[in-house]
Design a protein around this ligand. Sequence first.
Ligand code: IVH
Length: 659
Amino acid sequence: MDDIKNRIDELIEKINKASYEYYVNDNPSITDQEYDDYYNELLKLEKKYPDLKREDSPTLRVGGQVLDKFEKVTHERPMLSFDDIFNDDEIISFDERIRKTCPDASYTLEPKMDGLSGSLLYKNGILVRAATRGDGVVGENITHNVKTIKSVPLRLNKPIDIEVRGEIYMSKKSFEKCNEERKKSGENLFANPRNAAAGSVRQLDSSVAAKRGLDFMAYFLPNPERYGIRTQSESIDFLRELGFVTNHKLNGLAKNTNEIISYINDLAKKREGLPFEIDGVVLKVNNLKDEEKLGFTQRVPRWGIAYKFPAEEVLTTLKEIKFTVGRTGKITPNAIFDPVHVAGSVVSKATLHNEDYCLDKDVRVGDVISIRKAGDVIPEVVEVKKERRTGKETPFKMIEKCPMCGSKLVKEDANYFCKNNSCPARKIEGLIHFASRDTMNIDGLGERIIEDFYNMGFIKDISDIYLLKNHKEDLMELEGFGEKSINNLLSSIERSKSNSLEKVLFALGIRHVGKKTAKVLAKRYKNIDNLIKASEEELTNINDIGAIIAKSVKEYLSNEENLSLINELKNIGLNFEYVDTGFDDKLEGMTFVLTGTLQKYKREELTKILEDKGAKVTSSVTKKTTGVIVGDKPGSKYDKALKLGINIYKEEDIENIIN
Ligand code: IVH
């Protein structure tokens, strides 16, 4: 028996050494055939002598363990992430801020891996638990899946207790392979490697994750001092000694902002050729003493930051211009193009706004166009590549009839409208708006469900939403619905009845009444009856309410059909009174940008003060910016604000803004 145990130990040693050479040192030491022979011999022995199977056996990587649910895991230290920055200016302000506390700071620079972060816990050198980040405090136990990742050591080179953090990701190669297989079997394709990795670790059956070819890149030790480590770069060396794959070859060090910027430019050039996706550069103060001095804000560490690469532009072909109808009847042309991978996801559609926009850009079906993600979220058509035209492209032509109901469209200013109040597209869009987050916030009543319920006849009008409870039995029969989801939906519908007046005012879809106007009206009139009584003139006299809004509100609230809808909703039990939460949102709807070094406030402090009052603080100046708050040595944002004629505020103006 001892002989067999010894042979098992020997085989595991050989296999682990080979994996280490292959994954960590990038330098295979045995052939694939030799590896397979050792592996198969081990498998055989373990099968024959199950009692001798070791808890760190490499054969565990094939998976097979199936959970019935994910267990929650509370992180010993919260798993935070860094704030994001997007340009040189922000790198300079970050460095200035660091140098106020740590004048001699230097930084480690690391590729920002585009996957999901994971925490691995080792006891006595053996992997005992792996968890997702979750909300930073509580994550999910994904040990069964992480054990299948070949670049995760199941046993470390030292028998120590340690937590290691890093990125679980899918290489570009595994991603291609995974999607090819999904295509063959008719499954939905993953939009990008990040989603594929996240989807794979959230599988209850670990043999699924095992087949996906995930990887792990170690980059952080939450308790480095326990191992006598003094710098972030020593952490990386230590991780390598323990047996982890790190990015040591790509990581860099910088003493100043010039070096940081040149590292970023170099890495951007290498990006495409890397075997995995990265979306930026992570900057960390190298010396752990400095790290300690800098500490944390309420949300994020002060000692590091994540620089994100600018939005990519990619080329594709315009296949079709599809017109959609909004809830107000507004017709929007949309570009439908060959799906392309932009900034981390696959997109195939972007708005073309209106007729003028299409004519200005001269978009033609068949054109090669370039797509970018504005603010990295919403795709937009940047440019038409006219030099690539073949002559077969079809010039843009505005439609004359509603694509849904066929009514003749009416032009108002730059836009065309379908004026048919019973147009199904308008009705559906109106219902979607009514239930959405900023309005009645009915959880579980999203676009698809509303569309389905409308087409099946369960919801034709707003009031039908509140009568859904009478169809509970029928709804439970529908595919994809169970008693639990229907109960949840019905209770969020019931909950929405007690929303404050501004929510329902916005939800009704009165033209020109957005979130902010609804709030102004609700605060002022307290209930719907007072608002119904208000004259157009009185409404016009309110600050923030112009003649157009006043006219539209008056028109809506004088229309018999609308009044009877309001009455019906009242009878159903909807609240039409203003509920004062005492929340101060004086700056709601405003956007500020901070630039330069401020004396009295720390950037984070001021950001929080402004955000607590409802304002947004963003990093780039656009036409929509309310004001730019300027400290010493302001950067290019100041010049841009001047160019665009945006309000410039000095530090001494801040109290005025707030109050
Ligand atoms: S260090 C306190 N290093 O990007 C944060 N994170 O905000 C410690 N990431 O969510 C993380 N590559 O998942 C670190 N080399 C790297 C990273 C990295 C990617 C992710 C991480 C985190 C976000 C940073």
